[in-house]
Design a protein around this ligand. Structure first.
Ligand SMILES: [Fe+2]
Ligand SMILES: [Fe+2]
Length: 412
């Protein structure tokens, strides 16, 4: 039986199943656990949380009469909450890039901790709290609904040691934006987000020296690494996640390729689900554009160009095209050369055309010197500038393109 109790009545030995109130204010990323540490009790009591749900069958009961609900009633309540969360996405007001970047940065910060904790629980052999995954996806989905590009653009920026967590968040965000582009229902958008978040769960049991190795993996290490989809599937199965669920499917099959050269099952395109194909595109894009311990990530526009050349054998064409439509041919953060000979960084997609984004110029190639930055919308009528080519930041000695693109947001 589950009971909602005031925080003053919470004591050691109780089993918490949910914190009431905004997820953003929770002192823990786990939401279901037996309260065994006095420090944890203190953290909850000093937080802004006013009430929690406890499970009296798995821990101590509360003194005095408190109404209880059955597990079925509770399941129905959670299901309706999730349904409401899925509905919200379709009603959110669009936000400008500038507005959403500020919010996206906070959401990413919180999500990073949640996913790090999820992976560390999984690494210790503990069950992963799926309600945490849904909460993270709920927050990410709101940002994606307001402005799909802001959060995706920021989620590409990672420190080397946080790659696995932030990669999961980035893939989750891209899966949701892509699902929206493909006209999926709001419920499906959320499912795609959870699947993206959990797709590399199996990496939690890959030895850290292989996972974070600063160099090329040996054949033997690569074989161990390639086991992560199957390992992830085993972990999900042991937690009661159905094998016919989207999360399970994407976890197992995000490394399949439509020409059957992928793993673990070498499936042909017609046997790979749409969601797993979406997972493959988002996974590769984030992997190649992110900085890793052993190499700098590729420029976003160069990455799209490379992926286009692999698309026939690797990706489903229709899904890849929808992905490009979502992110742009020159995604935010790409370095480009303009017809006037200026170098510019793409800061935003325009309404007008995938080929004419909003850019910030910062360098004149002709004069071989920095210039005062000017933001220009290349799709604006009368704009006589156009992109003439993609540029590799490494050729220009640029190691921190992000600062040029998001300087104001990253510094505040
Ligand atoms: Fe993977
Ligand atoms: Fe991945």
């Amino acid at each position: 039986m589950l009971k909602k109790i005031a925080i003053e009545d919470l004591k050691m030995g109780m089993y918490i199943t949910e914190f009431c109130g905004s997820w953003m204010e929770h002192p823990f990323w786990r939401t279901r656990f037996l309260l065994t540490h006095a420090k944890d009790l203190e953290r909850i009591q000093t937080s802004s949380i006013k009430a929690v749900w406890i499970d009296c069958d798995r821990g101590l009961d509360v003194d005095g009469a408190v109404p209880s609900v059955s597990r079925d009633e509770e399941d129905a309540r959670v299901a309706s909450q999730l349904e409401q969360a899925a509905q919200i996405g379709s009603h959110l007001q669009p936000a400008s890039m500038e507005e959403e970047l500020v919010r996206a940065r906070k959401i990413l910060h919180l999500s990073r901790h949640a996913v790090a904790e999820m992976f560390s629980e999984a690494r210790m052999g503990n069950a992963v709290d799926m309600s945490v995954a849904w909460n993270v996806v709920d927050q990410l989905s709101h940002s994606i609904a307001r402005n799909p590009i802001a959060l995706i653009s920021l989620s590409r920026l990672k420190q080397a040691d946080e790659y696995t967590y932030m990669h999961s968040v980035a893939v989750s965000a891209m899966m949701m934006a892509l699902a929206r582009e493909l006209q999926c229902s709001e419920g499906m958008v959320m499912e795609a987000g959870v699947a993206g978040l959990m797709h590399d769960l199996g990496k939690a049991v890959i030895p850290l020296e292989i996972l974070n190795k600063p160099g090329k993996l040996t054949d033997q290490e690569f074989a161990i690494m390639k086991a992560h989809p199957v390992k992830g599937g085993e972990m999900l199965r042991s937690q009661g996640i159905a094998e016919d669920s989207i999360t399970f499917d994407v976890c197992i099959h995000h490394h399949e390729k439509v020409d059957s050269s992928g793993y673990p099952d070498g499936l042909t395109g017609d046997r790979i689900s749409m969601l797993a194909k979406m997972g493959a595109v988002c996974d590769v894009y984030d992997a190649i554009t992110s900085n890793r311990p052993y190499k700098m990530g590729w420029d976003p526009a160069i990455s799209i160009q490379k992926m286009m050349s692999w698309a026939g054998g690797h990706f489903d064409q229709r899904i890849f095209q929808a992905f490009v439509k979502t992110l742009g041919i020159y995604p935010v953060g790409s370095l480009v050369r303009l017809s006037s000979g200026k170098l510019a960084i793409v800061t935003e997609q325009s309404e007008g055309s995938l080929l004419k984004p909003i850019v910030r110029t910062f360098y004149s190639v002709n004069r071989a010197r920095k210039i005062s930055p000017v933001v220009m919308d290349l799709s604006r009528p009368g704009c006589d500038e156009s992109i003439i080519q993609r540029e590799d930041p490494r050729d220009w000695g640029l190691t921190d393109v992000h600062a040029l693109c998001f300087g104001d947001v990253l510094n505040d």
